[in-house]
Design a protein around this ligand. Structure first.
Ligand SMILES: [Zn+2]
Length: 232
């Protein structure tokens, strides 16, 4: 990237709004933006709506480890979300229910209903609007959704696993619910990251062990034969 491009990127990022955040470690106060139901967006979209969608989408792109954002998190009180659940092998290590995937998607006026019959799943969540903690949250394993695309077209479907969790988390933001409101357990974010890193380390150790066993198999067989013939 040239110096000029880097400078332009930084200028664009500088224009993006900051996150609206609360800090449950320090105070129970939550900014009103996160506690006010987001307004539905009229279709066709206005010029301002399009600018707001672009702003949210750009903010999402600036984050390396972001799975989803809701417009209210950057101070836009509208029912717009952006998310992505890619088939990333590392994410699958600690998100074992990452089955359904979806490339980066922007939805307007999204809704979901839980599919009761398929039950629930508990997993940890974090959020750019909640500082310092992660929480163990019970969510529907499977949901039915409907939303409008960037072209103003209504889409419907079902989502399962981590993708369903992600969609529920983001739509909850539009309805003033933070994960900390419904979490069964809240832990320091540092502790959660340690758990995640430990899961990744265990997976690497397991793969190394499997690889070694495969490569040593011929020698292992020779060793057994040697022992059977010579008795030592
Ligand atoms: Zn969030």
């Amino acid at each position: 990237m040239t110096a000029l491009m880097t400078a332009c990127t930084k200028m664009n990022e500088a224009r993006l709004p900051d996150y609206v955040v609360c800090n449950p470690v320090k105070t129970k106060d939550v900014p009103s933006m996160l506690r006010t139901p987001a307004a539905p967006v009229l279709i066709p979209f206005s010029e301002q709506d399009r600018q707001d969608i672009d702003t949210l989408s750009s903010k999402f792109d600036t984050e390396e480890n972001c799975y989803g954002l809701a417009a209210v998190q950057i101070g836009i009180p509208k029912r717009i979300i952006v998310f992505s659940a890619k088939a990333d092998p590392e994410t699958k290590i600690w998100r074992t229910d990452l089955t359904d995937t979806m490339q980066k998607t922007v939805w307007i006026n999204p809704k979901f209903t839980g599919v009761e019959e398929t039950g629930y799943h508990e997993d940890y969540e974090g959020c750019f609007s909640v500082k310092g903690v992660a929480g163990l949250v019970k969510r529907y394993k499977k949901i039915k959704y409907e939303a409008y695309t960037l072209d103003g077209v209504l889409v419907t479907g079902t989502a399962e696993g981590f993708l369903a969790r992600l969609i529920q988390h983001e739509i909850d933001h539009l309805d003033v619910v933070l994960f900390t409101d419904i979490a069964k357990e809240i832990i320091p974010i540092v502790e959660y990251r340690q758990m995640r890193d430990a899961a990744v380390a265990r997976d690497i150790a397991r793969k190394i062990k499997l690889c070694l066993l495969q490569h040593l198999k011929p020698f292992y067989s020779i060793g057994i034969i040697h022992w059977l013939i010579l008795g030592h």
